[in-house]
Ligand binder design. Structure first.
Ligand code: PMT
Length: 433
């Protein structure tokens, strides 16, 4: 596979050398093109020495096809084009079709999958102009590898650090279909919060943005799954080629999920569904006349309804947003709802969970508990899917292990991961092929 790495002018440009190495470890043939600004941060010589290929920096290099058409030879050579770091400027050029230097011209000329790994100051990342440009690119199928949070070159702490080069290399592999472990699966995922009307202008709602559910949809799709995304109101753009069903109330979400669940092989319920709705919706806007009491009726538990109707082999994963006793409450929810697993997030923790770009979770099954520390929701989505894929593995049968009958079998050799209930010394896990 041939990968073209585009380097634009940010302080993180030096990390592109690590990316080149990470791609080469995957047996990729790598070439590098740079903007003129990038050459101020790192020398082209570094990349030509690493890749054994000349490094192009302008449209006017005398290349294989001759000066002035070098962008064509580079763009047709590549199986994938990844820009890391991608500055706000290069993203804006890509989004608006400018072609006044080599990188942006290659973007217009290539048919290969394009990935961008942005890196910039937090304020620039959060600016509506940058976010709009990213959404334009996402809509066109460009894969955006979200930046990390941490100490930035400008001395501040926030989001904007280039993603880990290994993660970028993995995203390239995914884009090339090298990690297609969800091929053949159909994922139905719910996202966002629901809204229950009080009157024509007011509703009871929650702070869910949809980011977690959309991240799961994007991750599953890039791993080969067909995705049906049922979302409450959200300002996010859906991943390209993913079927989006927009709903508003818990009842609409229930109807959409129950109607489409027969197609799904996996159902993940990341939505924050209203537990109650007003029993009466005022036909006119409520006037402020003094204290007001609103009577609420419970909504139907969609997750429970899904579990009740599931067919054999259909995986059902719930989420649990907890503010206290996370593990205890999560375990109770897992058993009560009858799902295969529950993703517990501590939504009382500052800066994660609802409406944040990052989240941390515990993936809980009846026999395992896997901690997932704070990371971007996109990365967490992949970690969650890694665990879901494990649930698809051949069934594991647990038998009493008589140590005297098999001396020398050490704990390390037993394929037990995060086993909270069973001691590996006393039990033996037999994998049924
Ligand atoms: O959207 P973001 O801003 O990215 O935020 C993500 C998130 C915090 C909303 C997400 O990570 C999350 O935790 N989602 C579940 C929130 C929630 O409603 O949790 P719960 O503990 O109230 O519900 C447990 C499970 O039952 C959930 O899978 C929920 O979808 C489901 N449920 C709840 C009520 C109901 N009437 N029907 C349901 O199916």
């Amino acid at each position: 596979m041939k990968i073209l790495v585009g380097v634009s002018g940010g302080i993180a440009a030096y990390k592109a050398a690590e990316l080149v190495r990470a791609l080469q470890r995957q047996a990729m043939d790598v070439r590098v093109v740079m903007t003129e600004s990038a050459t101020r941060f790192i020398q082209p010589l570094t990349f030509s020495a690493l890749t054994n290929h000349p490094v192009r920096t302008t449209l006017w290099d005398e290349g294989e096809l001759g000066a002035g058409v070098e962008h064509i030879s580079e763009s047709t050579w590549a199986d994938a084009f990844v820009v890391a770091p991608a500055t706000a400027n290069i993203l804006a050029k890509f989004a608006h079709g400018l072609a006044d230097e080599l990188l942006s011209t290659i973007y217009l000329a290539t048919n290969a999958p394009v990935l961008v790994a942005p890196a910039m100051n937090s304020k620039m990342w959060e600016h509506p102009a940058t976010q709009t440009n990213l959404n334009i690119l996402r809509e066109r199928g460009v894969r955006v590898i979200e930046p990390d949070s941490g100490q930035l070159a400008c001395g501040t702490i926030g989001i904007g650090r280039l993603a880990d080069p290994e993660e970028i290399a993995n995203a390239v592999l995914n884009a090339l279909g090298r990690r297609h472990d969800l091929a053949g699966e159909v994922l139905l995922v719910t996202a966002g919060g629901t809204r229950e009307a009080l009157d024509p202008v007011r509703f009871l709602g929650n702070r869910s943005s949809g980011k977690m559910g959309f991240a799961l949809a994007e991750a599953a799709q890039s791993r080969g799954a067909r995705v049906i995304l049922v979302s409450g109101p959200s300002a996010l753009y859906p991943p390209a080629n993913c079927e989006l069903l927009r709903v508003t109330t818990a009842e609409e979400m229930r109807n959409a999920v129950l109607e489409r669940m027969t197609e799904a092989t996996m159902i993940i319920k990341a939505a924050a569904v209203a537990d109650y709705r007003p029993t009466h919706v005022a036909p006119e806007k409520l006037k402020r006349t003094g204290p007001l009491t609103i009577e609420l009726a419970p909504t139907e538990d969609i997750l429970a309804a899904v579990v009740e109707r599931r067919r054999p082999g259909q995986l059902v994963i719930g989420f649990a947003a907890e503010t206290q006793n996370q593990l205890e409450n999560g375990r109770a929810k897992l058993l009560k709802k009858g799902a295969d697993a529950i993703v517990i997030n501590d939504v009382a923790k500052e800066g994660i969970g609802f409406d944040a770009d990052v989240n941390a979770a515990t993936f809980l099954t009846r026999t395992t508990s896997t901690e997932m520390p704070e990371m971007t929701k996109r990365k967490l989505a992949d970690r969650i899917l890694d665990e879901v894929v494990q649930l698809r593995r051949p069934a594991q049968r647990v038998e009493e292990f008589d140590e005297s009958a098999a001396p020398g079998v050490s704990d390390e050799r037993l394929p037990v991961k995060d086993e909270p209930f069973l001691s590996p010394r006393q039990k033996r896990i037999i994998i049924e092929e």
